[in-house]
Design a protein around this ligand. Structure first.
Ligand code: TK8
Length: 334
């Protein structure tokens, strides 16, 4: 018994010594990590997972202050704070970055990615890296892509079963020309609006509808203010984890590595969590009273055919080279 106790004490002492040694290499830092969704969302859960990883790896020296609900501002406001160095980290849609880094528009291409296997391969491969790198000269460093998910349409006017049903629907889109042009081409009355203003806009009927993955329709309680959901899967939408370059450049190599490792682990956690939630979300949304219909393959094809000019403009925004590389990679995966 005594011997066991002694051994345990030695083990504890050894453990404390390693933690102390690790912690010595790290400066105390507080990281403000902002995001737009509520705490109880796939985004919030993954931010907290990331925070724990970083705190563990730095022996508690680097503390991540997770601030959700757009309390630090909308996606575009937080991006500006990162660039200026007033905020350290954020996660948000790649779509809201297009004004700063035009090649991000690639991820907004409607019907580009067919499934999560293609998404992961493209985002985590050379094309994804290439596009991530375009943020650096703009003052941000991208650490990883998380999954927002395949976007689907909700509205409060009528079920959307065919292309023409979009006519006259006042639809909130992200602040991004590809989304704006796509939904205009499909006949909707598209209105750009920050996500942080969306619930109120739906509630007051300033807009009739919106499009987001199931997870967000659930976590943001859009089912309370939206009646119809159409399964369109019209685009695969990533989130991107970014840090202020001004801040990043002041970190040690060890600190940068901790953040990169935690970003990767959180990415894997987040995608798994998001997919598990999405798999049962439709049933949850029906149970909450939403009326759900699936867009037929024929109607999806009709929509796709209306979007060829959007595809052409994305190709020219990202450059023919990136566009071709993307198509080649997708061909290999199919
Ligand atoms: C959250 C947004 C959201 C996006 C949107 O801040 O704006 O509709 O899908 O996830 O980034």
């Amino acid at each position: 018994m005594q011997r066991r106790f002694a051994l345990a004490a030695v083990a504890v002492a050894a453990l404390m010594a390693t933690t102390a040694a690790q912690a010595q290499d790290f400066k105390p830092r507080i990281v403000r990590f902002g995001y737009g969704l509520v705490d109880d969302s796939n985004q919030g859960r993954a931010v907290r997972f990331f925070a724990k990883e970083v705190e563990k790896a730095t022996g508690g020296k680097m503390k991540i202050r997770a601030i959700g609900n757009a309390a630090l501002g909308s996606d575009t406001q937080m991006q500006q704070a990162l660039i200026g160095g007033a905020q350290e980290m954020m996660v948000g849609s790649t779509a809201t970055l297009v004004g700063i880094a035009p090649q991000m528009a690639l991820w907004d291409t409607p019907f580009l990615i067919n499934n999560t296997k293609e998404a992961d391969a493209l985002l985590d491969g050379p094309v994804g890296d290439r596009i991530k790198a375009t943020l650096e000269p703009k003052g941000m460093v991208a650490l990883a892509y998380w999954e927002n998910g395949f976007r689907n349409l909700t509205n409060n006017k009528q079920p959307v079963a065919k292309l023409e049903d979009l006519n006259g629907i006042k639809l909130r889109v992200m602040q991004n020309n590809v989304f704006l042009d796509s939904f205009k081409a499909l006949g909707a009355n598209a209105v750009p609006l920050p996500f942080s203003e969306l619930f109120t806009a739906l509630e007051t009927r300033a807009v009739d509808g919106q499009e987001n993955p199931y997870n967000t329709v659930l976590s943001s309680k859009f089912y309370e203010v939206q009646k119809y959901l159409t399964v369109t899967n019209h685009v695969y939408s990533p989130w991107i984890l970014t840090v202020s370059k001004k801040w990043w450049d002041g970190l040690s190599k060890d600190e940068q590595k901790v953040l990169l490792d935690a970003a990767k682990k959180s990415r894997d956690f987040e995608r798994q969590d998001t997919r598990a939630e999405a798999a049962k979300a439709l049933a949850d949304l029906k149970q909450k009273g939403m009326q759900v219909n699936e867009l037929s393959a024929a109607e999806a094809e009709r929509m796709r055919s209306k979007l060829s000019s959007v595809h052409a403009s994305v190709a020219s925004a990202v450059g023919q080279d990136v566009w071709k590389q993307t198509q080649d990679e997708l061909k290999k995966l199919r």
